[in-house]
Design a protein around this ligand. Structure first.
Ligand SMILES: *Cc1c(COP(=O)(O)O)cnc(C)c1O
Length: 393
């Protein structure tokens, strides 16, 4: 079947692979989203809170000392690390929180791995007076205990998930299960451009504010488009957010996955570089799976990249060749974390440190007038424990 123009598909990827019981809920969500998409009042509220609550527009920052150190092209950082709650995730949490309220839902369920999406969702729910339940693997709860406390302080209930590896994959399954049983009053607030239609589309649209701002900011500062745009890819929301408004422009786009401890064993999470198409969490996309279709264990030093799936639109962009996907390992991420900290006074999150490392290697081969734009998706406060241990501090 030609799926290119089918609703909810990106080429052969995407779709809605869910139990029958969830179909009406997804259709209700799709209708609500189609409705608010054309409603200027919704976007006025989204933009006003973006400005006053999140702190948008986030700056476009020319990393001069880092660029000098590299000795090639100029590195520009889109400072999503300066967003309220410390990462780009709040853009989506706020957008979907507003949508939930519009739909008359009083209860929000979410899943979280590292806890960043849980914190962003808990904050948005506090702001919008919505009840908030966050499912989190018990292993993750132990590893990310400061974020568990943050969520509780923000008024959310954090429910431990003990099944399987007790991490993000199981937390998503559990959140979906809760949603099925409480569909009438509950909104499922998904954290990345993954899951069944319409989530990949609506999360991308809420995150596209990053790319729209960046495009304007680069044009007004340099009078031209950047020469490369680089972003890390876990589920893929910060990357889709910065890429989307540039898809029609002649700018090479590069997504950076986690090569972990190496691409040969089960010690990475480079889904697009090493995976094969399959179905997980309601969508058809590239996956890390073995010969029998079993999901493989993943690893990355960056908790937010440690996921065996990826958004379906990225799978499409990979296959069409519009976006190039590469992988950077733990050591590379640590190296660029150290450099950005020392040279620019910015402690970056470990996730975008993968992107910065690759941006540096691109910049090295380019002339001084070149411009490499990196989405600095979050700040590194959450990662100082991991980094200090890895660097022996
Ligand atoms: C969660 C997270 C990511 C990965 O999620 P995407 O959906 O791929 O953006 C990247 N960076 C930071 C800072 C995160 O918190």
């Amino acid at each position: 079947m030609d799926t290119r123009n089918r609703r909810g598909y990106f080429g052969e990827f995407g779709g809605r692979f869910v139990p029958e019981t969830l179909v009406p809920a997804l259709e209700e969500l799709e209708r609500a989203y189609e409705h608010i998409k054309g409603d200027p009042a919704f976007w006025e509220e989204f933009n006003a809170l973006g400005r006053d609550y999140i702190g948008r527009p986030t700056p476009l920052y020319h990393a001069r000392r880092l660029s000098e150190y590299i000795g090639g092209a100029q590195v520009l950082l889109k400072r999503e690390d300066l967003c309220h709650t410390g990462a780009h995730k709040i853009n989506n949490a706020l957008g979907q929180g507003l949508l939930a309220r519009r739909m008359g839902k009083q209860r929000v369920v979410a899943e979280t791995g590292a806890g960043q999406h849980g914190v962003a969702t808990a904050a948005a729910c506090a702001l919008l007076d919505l009840e908030c339940v966050v499912f989190m693997g018990s292993v993750d709860m132990e590893r990310q205990s400061p974020n568990v406390r943050r969520m509780r302080l923000l008024g959310a209930e954090v429910r431990p998930v003990e099944a399987g590896s007790a991490t993000l994959k199981e937390a998503i399954s559990e959140a979906l299960r809760d949603w099925v049983t409480h569909v009438a009053d509950t909104y499922y607030l998904l954290g990345s451009v993954v899951g069944p239609h319409p989530y990949p589309t609506l999360v991308r649209d809420f995150q596209a504010v990053i790319g729209r701002e960046a495009r304007e900011q680069v044009m007004s500062a340099y009078g031209r488009l950047p020469d490369r745009i680089v972003a890390c890819v876990g589920g893929g929301s910060n990357a889709m957010g910065i890429f989307y408004p540039f898809l029609d422009a002649p700018v090479p786009l590069i997504g950076v996955e986690a090569a972990g401890k190496g691409l040969d064993a089960d010690t990475h999470s480079a889904t697009l570089v090493k995976g094969r198409p399959g179905v997980l969490h309601g969508t058809r996309s590239y996956l890390l799976q073995d010969a029998h279709g079993q999901i493989e264990p993943t690893h990355s030093i960056a908790p937010g990249l440690d996921y065996p799936g990826v958004g379906p639109e990225h799978s499409f962009l990979r296959n069409t060749g519009r976006v190039q996907y590469v992988a950077v390992d733990d050591a590379g991420a640590l190296e660029s974390f150290r450099l950005l900290s020392r040279l620019e006074g910015i402690l970056p999150a470990l996730e975008p440190s993968h992107a910065t490392f690759h941006a540096m290697s691109l910049a090295r081969e380019m002339p001084k007038e070149g411009l490499v734009l990196v989405n600095l998706s979050g700040r590194g406060d959450k990662d100082i424990g991991i980094v200090a241990e890895a660097l022996g501090l």
